[in-house]
Design a protein around this ligand. Structure first.
Ligand code: TYD
Ligand code: MG
Length: 460
């Protein structure tokens, strides 16, 4: 069997080139090209259109159909047996869906998927394909976790041709490929783990899922930059992309939908890693607080809303005089550019100078906060560290900050206040439009602020 005709694709911009070169001619990225299959060795010369259709699945005789006559299984969802996992998937796993689960090594991807696979086996007989661990290790883990193993098969294999052969024979309704970085196809000469191999192997599994209706979980490791190793196209090929986040020091883990064709994005699932594997935390409200009993300088608790739940999350800041002419601004769990913008607003509209200071900001518990409601708490934490004075005890804050120093309201203000009051907070610094007229809420004093200057004096 001959080698397939191949091309070189840029991992950054997706441009195709006929031969390998060190720099992408399209976007200028260095070392971003890798080999991909243009046509299968057996197949005939594929036109770009034919290539595209072969990506989408088998199209032997395309014909126009009235949409209302198309049979679909919109509601065919299967529970994973893990409520928090179902929540992130949008209410369970859809038949034939391809879901990419990304995360740092050791965060618990294999554990979660093995648990889910075992729970779902009665409804969806599963095949666990392991390219990283031996069958003995997988079986050992399953036994340690006390999982029911009926209807569950495992395969230690990385060649995608052989995986698909076994799958055609066994006809599982659910396949886990752990991990996609170990997969390779005979059609490429590139090494397993290279962008071309990852992309093509994933594409083969996606095609298999769409043809057979089997659901597929692809496990993907995350690069230092935080993306799933492999080209961006991996994210476009699949139906849902979930990221597993968490601090290596903490036992809590957060699963977040980054893309989901079948549900809301930004829905969070929360888990705790224990000696019996991952346990769900259905009521995670206060787990992202550092838990000290004395209020420390540089700390501010905020109420964020992730997906459909309010969460109390602590932001910590450290402001320290910098030896550098270009002081450092480091944000962990928040967007770096947003921090730079907020510091500029703090200077321009709050009269607080930090241009000679290093500023580090961290969200406790390793979770990422994306909403702008974090603006006010971030600046209050920065200010508190700069002044080396803690915020008043039992205080929470939320609110977006605009470039002209105005504090803007955020959605679901009352729900956030309620969550804080339930957890015993006594004082809330919030945008005026989010504050109740009475100036208090369920025994909690609510300070309404309109301008950054109001907020700074409220935090004295
Ligand atoms: P794992 O699922 O192998 O991570 P990944 O597949 O994302 O690389 O999880 C590995 C970690 O989880 C490892 O450090 C041990 C820990 N762990 C527990 O604490 N309890 C358990 O029951 C299991 C199975 C793992
Ligand atoms: Mg693993």
């Amino acid at each position: 069997q001959g080698k397939a005709r191949t091309a070189y694709v840029c991992a950054e911009c997706g441009a195709e080139h006929n031969k390998w070169q060190g720099q992408c001619g399209e976007c200028g990225a260095w070392n971003s090209l890798s080999e991909i299959v243009l046509e299968s060795a057996a197949g005939k010369a594929a036109s770009p259109a034919a290539r595209r259709s072969s990506w989408a699945g088998k199209v032997d005789a395309p014909k126009v159909t009235a949409l209302k006559d198309v049979r679909h299984s919109e509601d065919a969802r299967v529970s994973t047996g893990i409520g928090e996992f179902d929540r992130v998937l949008g209410g369970g796993l859809v038949e034939g869906a391809v879901v990419l689960v990304g995360g740092d090594p050791g965060i618990g991807k294999s554990t979660l998927l093995l648990q889910a696979l075992a729970q779902m086996a009665p409804a969806l007989p599963g095949l666990y394909v392991t390219g990283e661990e031996s069958l003995g290790q997988v079986a050992g883990r399953a036994a340690r976790l006390g999982l029911p193993l009926d209807g569950l098969n495992a395969l230690a294999e990385t060649g995608v041709e052989r995986i698909l052969e076994h799958a055609s024979e066994l006809q599982p309704k659910l396949i886990v490929a752990d991990s996609v970085q170990t997969l390779w196809t005979e059609q490429l000469t590139a090494a397993p783990g290279s962008v071309g191999q990852v992309r093509e192997s994933a594409a083969r599994l996606v095609r298999y899922a769409k043809e057979t209706g089997a659901a597929v979980f692809l496990v993907g490791h995350v690069t230092k930059e935080g993306g799933i190793a492999g080209p961006r196209v991996l994210e476009h090929m699949v139906d849902a992309v979930l990221y597993f986040e968490g601090d290596s020091g903490s036992r809590f883990r957060v699963l977040r939908a980054f893309k989901n064709r079948f549900g809301a994005v930004n829905e969070l699932g929360v888990f705790a890693m224990g000696d019996k594997g991952l346990r769900e935390v259905p009521n995670p409200s206060a787990i992202f607080l550092s838990g000290g009993s004395v209020q420390q300088p540089g700390s501010c608790v905020m109420v964020t809303r992730e997906g459909t739940r309010p969460l109390l999350v602590e932001v910590q800041a450290l402001v320290d005089s910098s030896p550098l002419s270009n002081p450092r601004r480091v944000a962990v769990g928040l967007e770096q550019n947003r921090l730079a913008m907020l510091l500029a607003v703090l200077h321009r509209h709050g009269g607080v100078v930090v241009s000679d200071q290093d500023v580090f900001v961290n969200v406790v518990g390793g979770i990422r906060v994306q909403e702008t409601a974090a603006d006010l708490p971030v600046l209050l934490a920065v200010l508190s560290s700069l002044r080396d004075r803690p915020l008043p005890d039992k205080t929470i804050a939320f609110g977006e900050i605009g470039l002209s120093g105005e504090i803007r309201p955020v959605p679901n203000g009352e729900e956030r206040l309620k969550e804080a009051a339930t957890h015993g907070f006594k004082r809330a610094i919030v945008p005026k439009a989010n504050a109740p007229k009475a100036g208090s809420y369920k025994g909690m004093e609510v300070v309404a602020v309109e301008r950054l200057s109001d907020a700074l004096s409220a935090a004295e």
